[in-house]
Design a protein around this ligand. Sequence first.
Ligand code: BGC
Length: 257
Amino acid sequence: MGTHLGIDIGGSGIKGAPVDVLSGALAEDRHRIPTPQPALAEPVSATLREIVGSFPGVAGPVGCAFPGIVISNRIFSAANLDGSWIGIDAGARFSEACGRPVVMINDADAAGLAEARFGAAAGRSGVVLLLTLGTGIGSALLHNGRLVPNTELGHLELGGEVIEKRASNRARKTRRLSLKEWTEPLNEYLAHLDRLLSPDLVVIGGGISKRFKTFGPHLRSRAEVVPAALRNNAGIVGAALWAAGSGVAQPTGANRR
Ligand code: BGC
């Protein structure tokens, strides 16, 4: 309860801030440091230590969102970060580097918890799917506010290709698609997800969600589709919730240590 530190590891930046876990508000401005390149365990641990050290007043376990599969604080995939992360107990590494417990969660799962508690899916029951459209595609699946962790729906194959290679925001830029043109692979993806999961609500996250007004009207889905409310802070807020163990959407099971 109270204030917890949330950190979000991304491909280009690592950012952290203390979060009031009762309101979801950042208690101080966030601190962002460019992700070391290559993003190996050693320099990333040093970056985490620096971020934690810049908020000396915040005690307790730190929550850390990671762009890959996370089970019991261990990393099982790192599609858009350095592959050497696979098999590493990131929780143990970071705890040692920071001198206090650091608990790990997938970045999209963290965003899903945050949106379910404070954002676009707050108070929503039924099947909620959050998709983060960035360098890759992350997913969080919730039912009545409870998370099914590590769904990795950005790695579904559609038309013989992993969908994040076609429908992420990075793919849009690489292929020089306008926002409207980009909704074509997105609509195909949404239709596929609808066939598999029949969501009631789809929340579109990632930095590009701030342009939802432009591309949102071209999206077609049986489900209601809305932009994320917490935008770039969703990972930080969700990681802090994870550390606090106080989320309404608190998952139980394999990835909670
Ligand atoms: C990773 C996911 C992650 C997503 C967004 C994907 O490539 O496999 O674990 O949530 O990117 O960062």
